[in-house]
Design a protein around this ligand. Structure first.
Ligand SMILES: N[C@@H](CCC(=O)N[C@@H](CS)C(=O)NCC(=O)O)C(=O)O
Length: 232
């Protein structure tokens, strides 16, 4: 059976990482049973990040590479029923969310208050006293350097605010009144859109992006629909 290496549940979600939730959704969509191996150490993944899966003796890291593995190994087409242009649109939205929206949310969680206090308490509050004061500082420093390297950390608050709002509006506009992101049935795009929408809408983290998402009634209803469908 496939082993999914993931973080423990947090913030009202089955995983604080939308990438780990993406793989959970993909496996559920594909009807493939898996065993969750829970860890707080992303070093357990072959690329130093989670999610990762172990399948047939192979350790595979990165949610997108895992998607390809599932498609190739189990003969699944997550975009079944979509034409080439729809597949391209689904691909582009997923890349927007994973490569940009995600980083806005990381900045929001780790570098703004009161969100950082929630992160520190949830992730590090259970550590022994001395470690508890040191580890969050080091972890935050690492995240800050990621944000600087990716570039999101170099924008002004106002610029990041606008980026997040535009991303939420793009998602809501494309979703329209469809039940799922690409149409009447869930497809691969939903495995990305839902976890990231839930990361904004269903978690306790305040942000301009969240304020905007909550104004988009169709996005909020979609998040609920997906949660009921995949995590009832
Ligand atoms: N491109 C990767 C991104 C995974 C990722 O960024 N995981 C984060 C948690 S959301 C992580 O493990 N970070 C730990 C670290 O970078 O030290 C994927 O699609 O799986």
């Amino acid at each position: 059976m496939i082993k999914l290496i993931k973080f423990p549940p947090a913030f009202n979600l089955p995983d604080p990482s939308p990438f780990c939730m993406k793989v959970m959704v993909l496996l559920k969509m594909a009807g493939i049973a898996y065993e969750a191996v829970v860890t707080t150490n992303p070093g357990k993944g072959p690329k130093g990040k989670l999610p990762a899966i172990e399948d047939g003796g192979r350790l595979i890291g990165d949610s997108e590479v895992i998607r390809w593995h599932i498609e190739r190994t189990y003969g699944i087409d997550f975009d079944k029923g979509l034409g080439p242009t729809e597949r391209a649109v689904a691909h582009a939205f997923a890349r927007m969310i994973e490569e940009r929206t995600y980083w806005i949310e990381v900045h929001n969680r780790w570098l703004t208050e009161p969100n950082w206090s929630t992160i520190r308490q949830t992730f590090f509050g259970g550590l022994p006293p001395i470690v508890r004061s040191l580890v969050p500082i080091l972890a935050k420093r690492k995240v800050r350097s990621y944000l600087d390297g990716q570039g999101i950390g170099r924008h002004s608050d106002e610029e990041r605010r606008e980026m997040g709002i535009r991303d939420m509006r793009a998602l809501a506009t494309h979703l329209g009144d469809k039940p799922f992101f690409m149409g009447a049935a869930p497809t691969g795009a939903d495995a990305t859109v839902y976890p990231f929408a839930a990361a904004v809408v269903d978690t306790p983290f305040a942000s301009p992006m969240k304020d905007e998402a909550l104004k988009q009634a169709n996005l909020v209803a979609y998040t609920k629909r997906m949660r009921e469908r995949f995590f009832a």
